[in-house]
Ligand binder design. Sequence first.
Ligand SMILES: [Zn+2]
Ligand SMILES: [Zn+2]
Ligand SMILES: [Zn+2]
Length: 285
Amino acid sequence: MKLLYLGTAAAEAIPALFCECEACQKARSLGRAGIRGRAGSLVDGVLKIDFGPDSYRQMLDNGLSYAKIHSLLITHTHEDHLAVDEVALRRQVTAHIHTEPKLMTVYGNAAVGEKLRGKTGEMLAFSEIKPFVSYDIEGYTVTPLDAVHCCTAEGSDFPVICRGKLYHRSENALIFLIEKDGKRLLYAHDTDELTTEDLSFLRGKHLDLVSLDCTNGVLRSTWTGHMGADRDKLTRQALRDFGAADEKTIFVANHFSHNGFPGEEELQRELPGFLISHDGMEIEF
Ligand SMILES: [Zn+2]
Ligand SMILES: [Zn+2]
Ligand SMILES: [Zn+2]
């Protein structure tokens, strides 16, 4: 399996749209190497994960054709992961698709379906997926798990327990376990430390690549919904404790914010043994 990182930043990107902070100045000075677009990935050129506002540019930068993509997995509806009007351009007049099949199916939670309401058609479909159910998508076994994200103080929907505390979520945000030919990828963006249910589901399933949310970077994580270097290391240990990871498992830190991202080398010091993602990075495992 191959995972291509198209975009590796959080909602505001690096350098951030309206920012003059030190991290953003440094990123600008590095030119292309310092630029991180909004998060999105591609598995084997087949499964597209998330479709944020930089998807167009990422298609050009990587020589891709989204016309040939038939499966789009969406983690949650935050703007940096689902630019819904861009996805909806897969319709008559704006898209002339000659390769068969023409249909692309968007897989996501009910909130994703809500956003796509009235926008689907002959070339664009929606299919709701639920956590802890496995789906066969183009020969891959895709199992959504619960993300600890979109947490709200109010409401009673989509409860999750993180670090022993109960949270509610405005939608059932998802992370993905993707399996094929005996290889396993855990794609965990955006999320906090994994729930006990997630870990129990993964127990004994050897993961080859684990991509972990690192929005907080080198900052101490004090709020719920994302991770930084501190929680990434705890998550790696938890996966090892549950027999889902060992010394052969590749761990990647991904989805960075200019807050807490002092630069690749500095972050690497906080995360020994992790790869630090950048736009265009491809990992074969
Ligand atoms: Zn995000
Ligand atoms: Zn900045
Ligand atoms: Zn998010």
